[in-house]
Design a protein around this ligand. Structure first.
Ligand code: FES
Length: 109
């Protein structure tokens, strides 16, 4: 079981090995920004990996293609960006993503 710490929310969640960061966030009732619904196409879910990058499964060709098309490959590597909908956890990791919040905060009365 891995731990994912999400900043600036300052929330740490547990995740089964092999699930994506976004899947783990959803399992814990968190909203994670997305436009494509987690298909690896939009980069809305992109997060910066602050610690534990080695504990994520290597970036696949599709993830790199999507990120590089939007931001350029050099910027992606320099900023340690990963797509939360594609990056699978294999150990503890800390990521930075603005806009992540409890899903119930989206309901209106
Ligand atoms: S949610 Fe669209 S690329 Fe991850």
């Amino acid at each position: 079981m891995a731990k994912i710490t999400i900043l600036p929310l300052e929330r740490t969640i547990k995740a089964a090995d092999g699930v994506t960061i976004m899947e783990a966030a959803h399992e814990h009732g968190l909203y994670w920004p997305t436009t494509c619904g987690g298909q690896g196409l939009c980069t809305s879910c992109a997060c910066s990996v602050e610690a534990g990058a080695e504990n994520l499964a290597p970036m696949g060709r599709g993830e790199l293609t999507t990120l590089a098309a939007e931001l350029g490959e050099a910027a992606v590597r320099k900023r340690g960006l990963r797509l939360a909908c594609q990056a699978r956890v294999q150990g503890d990791v800390t990521v930075v993503k603005r806009g992540v919040r409890p899903a119930e905060a989206l309901t209106f009365e």
